[in-house]
Design a protein around this ligand. Structure first.
Ligand SMILES: [Zn+2]
Length: 100
């Protein structure tokens, strides 16, 4: 079973809270301000309540600001991000909750 396609459909198919996988999928576009406002708001709401995704967003931001200063992105941040993406990709869809 491939979750990624289901995830995206789930994420955009209803108006409930995003799950972590959907937030991860949309995070880069969110930080690039490429999401439409409704989606961006839902990502923002998820980042508010989900510590794990909030940290991921911070990591993205630090990479982006490094790149904007024409510095090399910090290797540890890239590793964390890669690990995060792999980890989320292995999980079935679910709403972020208790221990997130
Ligand atoms: Zn999350």
């Amino acid at each position: 079973m491939r979750w990624s396609r289901l995830r995206r459909r789930r994420a955009m198919g209803h108006s409930g809270p995003l799950d972590c996988a959907a937030a991860a999928t949309l995070l880069q576009e969110y930080l690039d301000s490429e999401l439409e406002p409704g989606h961006a708001r839902r990502v923002a709401e998820h980042l508010e309540v989900c510590r794990r995704c909030g940290l991921s967003a911070e990591t993205y931001r630090s990479i982006r600001s490094s790149l904007e200063r024409s510095q090399q992105a910090p290797a540890d941040a890239l590793d964390r991000l890669r690990h995060f993406a792999d980890h989320v990709a292995d999980q079935p869809p679910g709403i972020a909750s208790s221990d997130a």
